[in-house]
Design a protein around this ligand. Structure first.
Ligand code: NAG
Ligand code: NAG
Length: 321
């Protein structure tokens, strides 16, 4: 797998059996399995939680973190722990999801339903993550991420626009970008979405701040904002309309950008550049049904100082139309 330029991930389960009925990692085998994975050159472990109790999980997930670390081989550690605890800190007592603890133990965690290859599934995940953004958004940061589950781009269920939406929305969520598709048969258009350079740079922004939904209008148009390093940001305009393209008019001022600033904007999908967009300027974007328009914005000049003179990220090549 490494010789093909890919990373090797493995699925396991803390419990007597995996969810699919194969042998799992019981508490007395955590160290042995960690050692075996390290010897195999595994780069990532996804540890599910079927067939274990809450008590066993509270012991086993941190124990696996210690055991992986002790192997001396870097292994990204993905936990399904919070998904078995309901994903949200409960109001009362019980077996609470503690995102502070999770961030110390796991590099990423699945806290909601398995994704299916359908637009309904993508929407239900989106709704859950952004309805609960006050709890979930602060939990993410470099080395510890919410995982809304894999990208299903390149399969059967999503249209072209919906595929672009999943990519943009997962990027703004600072989600780990894990492809779940057959690389031998993937279409050129799906490949282009998954390999969008600027998109990946935004997803991998070093500040690692998860974005938030900042506008939800009439269940039709939603706007998401992710702050990025060097004063840049990503905006996603998402339409839930199914009839016609939605022409949405707004301004950066209405989206609470700082006053008196001037931005350069690159459309992440079309590459189109808009220069000199002032906070107070009205603009319109045309968002296709179940599609997105995604912008990468960075301040070019402010009245009191030049914020940036160069392109913001290494390898960033604005495309001039
Ligand atoms: C183990 O943990 C220490 C302390 O957090 C860290 O510096 C080190 O890189 C980790 N090693 C591996 C292989 O994960
Ligand atoms: C979560 O765990 C941390 C660290 O153990 C602890 O300080 C904090 O009180 C816990 N939070 C809740 C809500 O239980």
């Amino acid at each position: 797998v490494h010789a093909r330029g890919l990373k090797l991930g493995i699925y396991g389960d803390l419990g007597t059996l995996t969810c699919g009925g194969y042998p799992g990692t019981t508490l007395d085998r955590v160290e042995q399995d960690a050692q075996t994975f390290a010897e195999w050159g595994v780069d990532m472990l996804k540890l599910d939680g079927c067939y274990s109790s809450g008590e066993e999980q509270a012991e086993g997930y941190p124990e696996m973190a210690r055991a992986l670390n002790a192997t001396g081989h870097p292994i990204v550690y993905s936990c399904s722990w919070p998904a078995y605890q309901g994903g949200l800190p409960p109001q009362g007592e019980g077996c609470p999801v503690n995102y502070t603890v999770l961030a110390e133990v796991c590099n990423l965690w699945r806290n909601y339903d398995d994704i299916q290859d359908s637009w309904d599934s993508v929407l239900s995940i989106l709704d859950w993550f952004f309805t609960n953004q006050d709890v979930l958004q602060p939990a993410a940061g470099p080395g510890h991420w919410n995982d809304p589950d894999m990208l299903v781009i390149g399969n059967f269920g999503l249209s072209y626009e919906q595929s672009r939406s999943q990519m943009a929305l997962w990027t703004v969520m600072a989600a780990p970008l894990l492809m779940s598709t057959d690389l031998r048969t993937i279409s050129p258009s799906a490949k282009e979405i998954l390999q969008n350079q600027l998109m990946i740079q935004i997803n991998q922004d070093p500040l690692g701040i998860q974005g938030r939904r900042i506008v939800k209008e009439k269940s039709l148009i939603e706007v998401f904002l992710r702050p990025l390093s060097q004063g840049a940001s990503a905006l996603v305009f998402f339409s839930r309309r199914a009839d016609i393209p939605y022409v949405y008019t707004t301004s950066l001022a209405k989206l609470h950008f700082p006053e008196d600033a001037v931005y350069e904007v690159q459309d992440v999908y079309s590459g189109e550049i808009i220069r000199g967009l002032k906070t107070e300027d009205n603009f319109s974007v045309t968002v296709n049904p179940s599609g997105v328009v995604m912008w990468y914005l960075y301040p070019v000049a402010q009245p009191w100082r030049v914020v940036r003179q160069q392109a913001p990220h290494e390898g960033f090549r604005p495309v001039l139309l």
